[in-house]
Design a binder for this molecule. Structure first.
Ligand SMILES: [Zn+2]
Length: 275
């Protein structure tokens, strides 16, 4: 609360003599901790809030920051609603205190809860976030009487994966480089046979290099692993047009040439495709 509200504890700290009594329960001095957490009225409201979101019980010892961070595990939409609920409970505890003190009228717990729910309902239009499509989220939405906000429905696109020829092994490559040059990895290479069975995977870091060099090395390392396993009919599928062209036109960098020629001596057939 940043000590902004003029509750009794703050007024007393300014040197003003005041007999402090909580306006809700009349059984304790009106401090910030008591008014917003320890007072029976506050406890009922926090219990209601925590059960709505399936949180553990909330106490003054949690602190405001920890209370707000409880919703980190929730969907972004429920996270927004929890923030609204937490601030709204504090708001209406204060408003209720003001009514008792200055209007001599008392708000019931139910009235405070309805006001909190109205705040939450009003805040939904401000949230640009979505719920997770889970039972937990839907139960939370139902308890708060607000509308669902679903994310975009994923669009389904057809795709096709062509099997290699009989006795041929298909190598599907991927690679990544953090910068060019930069730390690079060959990614994952899938070996599949003519019945679509995964025969193995392979990936490794190739240190700091350029995208192109990493791509060429990926092909050579992948073929080397295939040869070591006795697979001599290969189909290389890679996204890199430049790397594939280097092998098709036999214009391989000198540092890879010797190893490539050695591997080719084992290969019965090899073809390349770009994804
Ligand atoms: Zn009290």
């Amino acid at each position: 609360m940043n000590h902004i509200l003029p509750y009794d504890e703050i007024v007393q700290s300014k040197g003003i003599t005041l007999a402090s009594t909580c306006s809700h329960c009349f059984s304790a001095a009106e401090t910030e901790d008591h008014m917003f957490f320890d007072c029976p009225t506050a406890k009922v409201l926090w219990c209601w809030a925590s059960s709505t979101f399936s949180f553990s019980d909330i106490s003054v010892h949690d602190g405001c920051k920890a209370i707000l961070e409880m919703s980190k595990v929730l969907s972004s939409y429920l996270n927004d609603l929890w923030f609204t609920m937490a601030f709204s409970i504090c708001r209406w505890l204060w408003n209720s205190r003001e009514k008792i003190r200055f209007d001599e009228t008392k708000m019931s717990i139910k009235e405070i809860q309805n006001n909190v729910l109205r705040d939450i309902s009003n805040s939904t239009s401000l949230s640009k976030n979505n719920i997770h499509n889970t039972t937990f989220d839907l139960q939370g939405i139902k308890s708060l009487y607000v509308n669902c906000k679903f994310g975009k429905v994923p669009s389904i696109k057809s795709c096709m994966w062509i099997l290699p020829d009989n006795n041929e092994v298909k190598l599907c490559y991927d690679g990544s480089s953090l910068g060019n040059p930069g730390s690079s990895g060959i990614g994952i290479i899938f070996y599949r046979d003519w019945e679509g069975r995964v025969l193995g995977t392979f990936f490794k870091s190739v240190g700091s290099t350029t995208n192109y060099l990493a791509e060429v090395q990926a092909i050579i390392d992948g073929v080397e692993k295939a040869v070591q396993r006795g697979w001599y009919k290969l189909w290389i599928v890679f996204y890199s047009y430049a790397a594939i062209q280097a092998f098709i036109t036999n214009k391989i960098l000198w540092k890879f040439r010797r190893k490539w020629m050695l591997l080719l001596s084992y290969i019965q057939s090899i073809r390349f495709s770009q994804t």
